[in-house]
Design a protein around this ligand. Sequence first.
Ligand SMILES: NC(=O)c1ccc[n+]([C@@H]2O[C@H](COP(=O)([O-])OP(=O)(O)OC[C@H]3O[C@@H](n4cnc5c(N)ncnc54)[C@H](O)[C@@H]3O)[C@@H](O)[C@H]2O)c1
Length: 312
Amino acid sequence: MKPRSLVLGGAGFIGSHLTEALLREGHEVTVFDKIGIKRDNIAHILPDIKFIEGDFLDEHFTGTLPDGMDYVFHLVSTTLPATSNKNPVYDVTSNLAPSVHLIQACAEKKIKKFFFISSGGTVYGVPKDDLISEKHPTEPINSYAITKLSIEKFLGLYKYLHGLDYTVLRVANPYGPRQPYDKPQGVIAVFMSRILNDKPLEIWGDGNQLRDYLYIEDTIEAFLTVLKKETPSDVYNFGSSIGISVNDIINQLKDITGRDFEVIYNDTGNVGVPKNVLDSSRAKEELGWAPKTELKDGLKKTWEWFSDKLGK
Ligand SMILES: NC(=O)c1ccc[n+]([C@@H]2O[C@H](COP(=O)([O-])OP(=O)(O)OC[C@H]3O[C@@H](n4cnc5c(N)ncnc54)[C@H](O)[C@@H]3O)[C@@H](O)[C@H]2O)c1
């Protein structure tokens, strides 16, 4: 019998790529996503999946779960790092509480494994090390990250109480085709859409802040790796382990796009921590996972997709 997987947030950027990959792996896939959500990302695979439309805040869904699921992939987030501090209570009610309902339902239904995407870019807070390993202290400075960590901890609790197996993927900054470009997250997608619309690129701070970017195919390979390797109920970092500045990205985009665009430096925005680069050696040593796509190749593929989509 085919393995049965449920992908929450499967119509989104990462979720749609994951859904495609699970279908390729021979899974029967059910996607759960928002009522009225655009289905562009999964239009080509809609006949191959079951789609459940609903609201993550609706306990009727998170508390019951479709029957017969083997694997549950939780990729819904109702908030973003950049804006979550404006309303932390909303994070607790709309992210944390529904996630606990979902985890509880998964424990009751005795699914085989729960996979949760956490945030390598935010759960550690202000980095003390050049490369951040899973052992680095977690001192989040936004509500989004506190919520991610709390969900991780609840998974640990349900493992302890009910034997629910899980793996947490603390992913760096994924980028690639289908990334939303209308949100304060995903600088590469935002920049590409602005270039295609002849708008200036706005940079918060001096553009020297370093981040860790992971191409979507490598991100999806991380999911497939933890699925196939039957990882312990634990937490893994997945990143490139290379610090790239916003200015580096701008320079690469000049080469790749061949376009002359205006760059505006803005000191008033929240720049975040100066550096956040993940140490992914545990995933490499224990699971044999390593990113394969170099930034310039990933940017090229992403640019091709955006040029095609935005038709300029
Ligand atoms: N993109 C990143 O940089 C990044 C980095 C680390 C972790 N993550 C995490 O990965 C996950 C997926 O992110 P993404 O970048 O693909 O974002 P996305 O916005 O493309 O996908 C999220 C999906 O969740 C769905 N969703 C949101 N609220 C919902 C609700 N109330 N009910 C039902 N569905 C709802 C959305 O409709 C969307 O399809 C999120 O949990 C995010 O926190 C993202």
